[in-house]
Design a protein around this ligand. Structure first.
Ligand code: GTP
Ligand code: MG
Length: 347
């Protein structure tokens, strides 16, 4: 990877008038846990934090006190000391709106491979936030994921994220052989491209959670630009059935989504998740014959910054519509699925 993450951030931060000292507590500029050891926290306690999936100093402030105390071997007193030290190393609190603007400038965008689709998204899929795609089967959710696995590795000058990719596959639909033609289309070496994608198959929602914690460890070690979970909800739907388990399902799903958002902000990576749809007989108007809504209810709606509703068009064509975004209008675009991944739809 040519441009190191921190180098790039400094460049954009400076462009926004930020000074070097601003960088310490920045999103995406994380302090390694070893800083705690330097500040006097026993290495054994730091190891316990790591084993609980916390890999940066900022990551500590993102956990509830009760979750930290629940880590095996950490007493209340130890947790207090760790939190106090973490706050000194990476203060988190109010910043001015101007600084907030400088942080927003660090947000990067990854191209979908289709200019019209990128325009719809305001330039591509955004880092530090979650982009969710939902739609019926064969609408292109997984094909978009495969394309992003490649474009996430492109240099920034080509609309890429210049980083590695972590892919959590819950439906066994990741196909490494699909990566090759997509990499070739973008002029990347297929072998190196495959090397830069780490993939894990999740079998239960608990396993999915463990894998996500493992991804956090990887993010702290190496330069990643994208996390994919395809699909985020499938295992939750299998593992929790019926109304009686709905509350627990939603609570667990919410916890996972909240971890995902924290990871996205902490490491300035983009998160692309896919979701299924279910019939919504009560929610449709008389003008929609078979209304479909994404799984996950309000929890999902709150967590995803950008929601994309996908549907089939003619042949290879698919239509993407912005479903729910704080800063994008509800418009749609047409894209095509080809061997080389997502691209412009031919008229
Ligand atoms: P589910 O996971 O089943 O809900 O569907 P999905 O939305 O993930 O669909 P997916 O992204 O897997 O899209 C499948 C569509 O992509 C099918 O219509 C395939 O024909 C098409 N597709 C997959 N690979 C290729 C390819 O190499 N060339 C072309 N032209 N189409 C492809
Ligand atoms: Mg799929």
């Amino acid at each position: 990877m040519q441009e190191p993450r921190r180098g790039h951030e400094k460049e954009t931060a400076e462009a926004a008038g930020a000074t070097d000292t601003d960088n310490a507590a920045d999103f995406g500029t994380f302090a390694e846990l070893d800083k705690l050891v330097e500040a006097g926290i026993p290495a054994a306690d730091v190891a316990k934090l790591r084993s609980a999936g916390i890999h940066t100093v900022q990551g500590i402030s993102m956990q509830c006190h009760k979750d930290l105390v629940a880590i095996k071997g950490l007493s209340e007193a130890k947790v207090d000391k760790i939190c106090e030290t973490a706050r000194k190393i990476a203060p988190s609190g109010f910043i001015s709106a101007k600084e907030s603007m400088a942080r927003r400038l660090k947000v990067t965008r990854i191209t979908t491979g289709c200019a019209a689709f990128d325009t719809l998204l305001g330039g591509g899929i955004e880092s530090m936030s979650i982009t969710e795609a939902f739609g019926e089967f064969r609408t292109g959710k997984t094909q978009i994921a495969h394309t992003l696995c490649v474009t996430a590795q492109l240099p920034r000058s080509m609309g890429g994220g210049n980083g590695k990719v972590a892919f959590i596959d819950t439906e066994s639909t990741f196909r490494p052989e699909r990566i090759r033609p997509i990499a070739e289309r973008f002029g990347l070496d297929p072998e190196a491209t495959l090397e830069n994608i780490i993939v894990a198959r999740a079998f239960t929602h608990e396993h999915q959670c463990q894998l996500l914690a493992a991804v956090a460890a990887k993010l702290a070690e190496d330069q990643f630009s994208l996390i994919v979970i395809d699909s985020i909800t499938a295992l939750f739907r299998v593992d929790f059935s019926g109304r009686g388990e709905l509350a627990e399902r939603q609570q667990k799903l919410g916890k996972m989504l909240s971890n995902l958002i924290k990871m996205a902000e902490e490491y300035n990576v983009a998160v692309y998740i896919t979701n299924q749809v279910v019939s919504d007989p009560g929610g449709g108007s008389m003008f929609v014959a078979d209304p479909k809504k994404p799984v996950g209810g309000h929890i999902m709606a709150h967590a995803s910054t950008t929601r994309l509703s996908l549907r089939k068009g003619r042949g290879e064509q698919r239509i993407a519509k912005i479903y729910d975004s704080p800063n994008l209008p509800e418009v749609e675009c047409v894209f095509a699925i080809t061997e080389g991944g997502i691209c412009e739809a031919k008229e």
